[in-house]
Design a protein around this ligand. Structure first.
Ligand SMILES: [Fe+2]
Length: 282
């Protein structure tokens, strides 16, 4: 029997009793989708998946989309990005630091990510987790006057961490090579976005790739984005999930911001990641 239990009052639920080697029934998938939209992220425990299993599961959510950093795609399937601090034959086997600041995945693309899926292959004991911040609650708690002021604003996004552009820092966005840089452009997204399934409004990607606001002077727009990010990432909106080997986590990029941990380089840590765009609707 499948059991879904909340992990905190803020966000997250654990899912026990599923084996993702097997194709999910439609009602099981619906149950997971409902849990994702309610809790923001779900952790399906005790899995041991081959690359093909993970990508098949990802396709149940939408369209897997390989990361712009193609250096560490899994050799068996480019939809999987390897996150790892392990070296083999003197060479890195994966991306070490990925998004150690609050952001929403692919908010720098015209088509943002519906969800991100991570499979913990070999992780050290806690603390090792990703921190999630619930953006619908953060929006709902804003004074009505501020909600009214920001509800129709449009934000300009670009790949990067707007609060740290120093390429030698570990909290910069993962550095792109020249060819990868050519592939990212300025895009625009609403500041307040209704959830594609539930319709619940949430602040969208106010940290990370959000650099300015259309119709406002750059300084003023940036200051507003920074104020909103400070509000939206307060401890009362946050929950950190510490991974265990075998976890398969799915998070909703419309509902949550997230920040990856600064990895302890002395403790081996490997996860596989698939980022999923929305399914074609209609
Ligand atoms: Fe991320």
């Amino acid at each position: 029997m499948v059991r879904i239990q909340p992990l905190s009052d803020v966000a997250g639920a654990s899912v026990q009793g599923l084996d993702l080697h097997e194709a999910l029934h439609a009602d099981q998938q619906q149950m997971l989708a409902d849990a994702l939209h309610r809790f923001g992220f779900i952790v399906i425990k005790h899995q041991s998946l081959a690359p093909a299993d993970l990508v098949r599961f990802a396709r149940r959510w939408g369209r897997p989309s390989p990361h712009v950093i193609d250096t560490f795609h899994h050799p068996e399937d480019p939809n999987i990005l390897i996150l790892s601090n392990v070296h083999k034959d003197g060479r890195p086997t994966g991306l070490v630091d990925a998004g150690t600041y609050f952001h929403s995945d692919y908010s720098y693309l015209e088509e943002p990510a519906r969800c991100t899926i991570l499979h913990a292959i070999d992780v050290p004991p806690a603390p090792n987790g990703t921190t999630f911040a619930q953006q619908a609650h953060a929006y709902a708690d804003l004074p009505a006057s501020i909600r009214g002021k920001i509800s129709d604003l449009v934000v300009r996004h670009h790949y990067g961490n707007r609060d740290d552009l120093d390429q030698r820092s570990r909290t910069v966005a993962s550095v792109l090579n020249e060819e990868q840089t050519q592939r990212v452009h300025w895009v625009r997204h609403p500041l307040v976005r209704p959830h594609p399934w539930t319709g619940e409004p949430a602040l969208y990607a106010v940290s990370g790739s959000a650099f300015s606001i259309e119709g406002l002077p750059d300084e003023e727009g940036l200051a507003l984005l920074r104020d909103l990010a400070a509000h939206a990432t307060q401890a009362r909106y946050c929950h950190t999930h510490h991974y265990e080997n075998g976890d398969v986590i799915v998070w909703d990029n419309a509902l949550l911001l997230h920040s990856a941990p600064l990895v302890d380089l002395s403790r081996p840590r490997t996860l596989w990641r698939v980022t999923v765009l929305y399914p074609f609707m209609g």
